[in-house]
Ligand binder design. Structure first.
Ligand code: AMP
Length: 430
């Protein structure tokens, strides 16, 4: 776990603000769920990997609880209970911190932040496509470049394994291995689970079916899974999703990989992760989970979602030198500097006026000279200085200085707030 210092906190809030904007633009309503939930609920379908990494403990009432390792279980609980009769599709958004006892390393923390978008009630491929496009939109708006989507489909792998008679729990073990790219061990396990020779060679073929030529990979999967009915159905679903995304003309970069699995057990359909070339860890991941709601006592309800990881998006922005824009309302900051001690009260008074107009305003609080105060303001990226001097004040004016342009002019006090809000520029002759 770590401290986020002002610059990082600012960047994190900027990403969060953009994520929230995306939620609004796509019609996802925010919910705030508790940080601590019942251990049973969180453990139910998260997968062995995450189960073992939960911060689990007994509270003073003797209840077995844990810090949330993800949002989806909490959302599923809500949708299966309080929100069960909400009209569908139900689109929910959350953002906050999550906790996993992961091995700390680059981009992997024990406390980390996610935005989370869940689209509940539609099993149609356009819902999967929307989740992919929304993720692309978020990364694009943040200014990231060259990211690509790694996409697979759990229905293909599970379809083969089910037809081979492998029970779900053993399938989950296999998915954990695939999630770690331990293909050979996965094939050994398949042997041990009495998967037929044909099944093994089908799996081998699946692990090899990958690439950025989507139609070619789809074709290869098709040839490989012949005779596995539900795997073929899954493939058709994947084809439809991919074509919707490609035909929507947003130019998503796709890497299709049939043997790709994710650690969370609840996925049933399309799954994906998103990467930038500078980092080999995923910035976000998601997929379709059509049975999770039943598990929590809800009606059978299809659902698909994505969780962009804020910490890693932040690292990617740093790696690509993407500047963080100022947070909303922080674009034009002002410092008010009195040139004499007697003018301190006037400085406080004017600063209050500016803040009333929504202008973020600081006052020189260290008793520094104007030039020192200006260089400090400059260093901190403040846009304007308002300098209070006795001569100008006698005429009802102050000196307004544009710190970027390093030029200034006398402006009537009554006009200062509106001029700043209009993005005042000093007249060129001054
Ligand atoms: P998951 O909830 O495992 O599907 O992960 C979704 C996203 O959350 C990942 O792509 C990461 O961006 C982020 N994430 C997951 N675990 C961690 C972690 N330990 N530290 C930082 N980010 C994480």
């Amino acid at each position: 776990m770590r401290d986020l210092l002002p610059n990082e906190a600012n960047q994190m809030r900027y990403i969060e603000q953009t994520a929230r904007r995306i939620a609004q633009l796509y019609g996802y309503r925010e919910v705030i769920t508790p940080t601590i939930e019942s251990y049973e609920l969180l453990a139910a379908k998260s997968g062995e990997e995450i189960r073992q990494r939960m911060y689990a403990f007994s509270d003073l009432g003797g209840r077995r609880v844990a810090l949330r390792p993800e949002f989806t279980a909490s959302i599923a609980r809500l949708v299966a209970t309080t929100l069960r009769s909400e009209p569908k599709p139900l689109k929910l958004f959350c953002v906050g911190s999550l906790y996993r006892y992961d091995e700390p390393q680059y981009g992997r923390y024990r406390e980390f932040w996610q935005a989370d978008y869940e689209l509940i009630g539609s099993g149609r491929p356009e819902a999967d496509a929307e989740i992919l496009l929304l993720t692309h939109d978020l990364l694009k708006r943040l200014g990231l470049r060259n990211y690509h989507f790694k996409i697979g489909h759990m229905g293909i792998l599970r379809g083969i394994l089910s037809q081979e008679g492998v029970p779900e729990e053993q399938q989950n073990r296999m998915m954990q291995l695939l999630d770690k790219k331990r293909w050979e061990e996965a094939l050994h396990l398949a042997h041990a689970l009495h998967v037929s020779e044909r099944g093994i060679s089908t799996l081998r073929g699946i692990f090899e079916a990958k690439g950025d030529d989507t139609d070619q990979v789809l074709q290869k999967i098709h040839q490989t899974v012949k005779g596995y009915e539900s795997a073929l159905e899954a493939l058709e679903n994947l084809r439809e999703i991919l074509h919707l995304v490609m035909d929507s003309q947003v130019g998503l970069k796709i890497w299709l990989e049939a043997g790709f699995a994710r650690g969370l057990e609840y996925y049933t359909g399309m799954i994906f992760e998103v990467y930038v070339p500078e980092m080999n860890i995923a910035l976000g991941g998601g997929g379709r989970y059509d049975h999770l709601l039943e598990l929590f006592g809800g009606e059978p309800t299809p659902a698909v979602g994505v969780a962009p990881g804020i910490d890693r998006i932040m690292l990617a922005m740093q790696r690509q030198n993407v500047p963080t824009k100022a947070l909303e309302g922080q674009e034009r900051r002002v410092v008010v500097i009195p040139v004499r001690e007697e003018l301190r009260a006037r400085a406080l008074e004017l600063s209050m006026r500016l803040r009333e107009h929504g202008i973020p305003t600081e006052v020189e609080l260290m008793g520094r000279t104007v030039s020192r105060s200006l260089s400090d303001a400059d260093r901190r990226g403040i846009a304007y200085a308002v300098i209070l001097g006795p001569e100008e004040l006698r005429e009802g004016k102050v000196v307004l200085r544009d710190l970027g342009e390093r030029r200034q002019a006398a402006v009537r006090i009554v006009d200062v707030p509106t001029e700043i809000l209009k993005g005042w520029r000093p007249p060129s002759e001054s």
